[in-house]
Design a protein around this ligand. Structure first.
Ligand code: ADP
Ligand code: MG
Length: 226
């Protein structure tokens, strides 16, 4: 009975995803088609604007597909010994600019010089990017972003990402990890779900705690390689 439960649950997630993808990708495609028709018919001078919108709609489709590929290819997960501190530092370098532009101060509490995980580096990077981006996006008026790395128990690391942003109301906390759930105008609602999946792929655990108007803390626990 348990087996059955799992497979039917999987199916409903697949169905949910399929419906979401169809919907999310149809919107930009309809919009691109509309602008192409306008271009074909008119000799108006609005061409630059039309092209600009079409490119941004293509960007959106690309982003959705890129995020979904992480889910679509779990079997390609390539596990290697990698230092998690280096991975986090790489991601920070990548997102520093965006943080500074938003008046966000990054505070690091690294209690470990290094810690080797058996992991797919690209996936772990993607996970960190998704969580840190969400933290940055939750503080449009700036604030502190605290990134922590420490030992948890004997054989796990804890990666903490804490923001002082608008927080997540309790009823929305439950919806996290559901595909295409977003409160952002340009959001995809895929980042959290993909990251959760990546944590699972790595036999880790994910904890979220949040208080409205105070901030959100994400904690990822991952096993250290023996
Ligand atoms: P997106 O960022 O594209 O909206 P995500 O899957 O990354 O999609 O996040 C889904 C939703 O979860 C966000 O739209 C937001 O409402 C909420 N959320 C996630 N992380 C945070 C955070 N750190 N602070 C506040 N809200 C968050
Ligand atoms: Mg996001």
């Amino acid at each position: 009975a348990e087996q059955l439960l799992i497979s039917s649950e999987k199916q409903s997630i697949a169905a949910q995803l399929a419906a979401g993808i169809a919907h999310e990708i149809r919107n930009p495609i309809t919009s691109i088609k509309g602008f192409l028709q306008l271009l074909q018919r008119s000799k108006s001078t609005n061409h630059d604007k039309y092209f600009e919108i079409m490119f941004s709609e293509f960007d959106r489709i690309e982003l959705i597909i890129r995020e979904l590929l992480v889910l679509a290819k779990p079997q390609v997960t390539k596990f290697e010994l990698k230092d998690i501190r280096t991975i986090i530092e790489d991601v920070m370098t990548l997102l520093e600019g965006q943080a500074h532009l938003n008046n966000i101060q990054i505070i690091t509490i690294f209690e470990l010089e290094e810690a080797y995980l058996n992991c797919d580096e690209n996936q772990i990077k993607q996970m960190c990017i998704n969580f840190i981006k969400n933290a940055i996006e939750s503080m449009p008026n700036g604030g502190n972003l605290t990134i922590e790395l420490k030992l948890y128990g004997k054989n796990q690391v804890l990666i903490g990402i804490a923001d002082e942003g608008f927080g997540i109301p309790e009823q929305i906390l439950k919806l996290l990890g559901q595909p295409f759930y977003t409160t952002k105008e340009k959001g995809t609602g895929l980042g959290f779900m993909v990251s959760k999946k990546i944590v699972e792929n790595h036999y880790g655990q994910l904890r979220v705690s949040s208080e409205v108007n105070k901030g959100t803390t994400i904690e990822v626990l991952l096993p250290i390689a023996k």
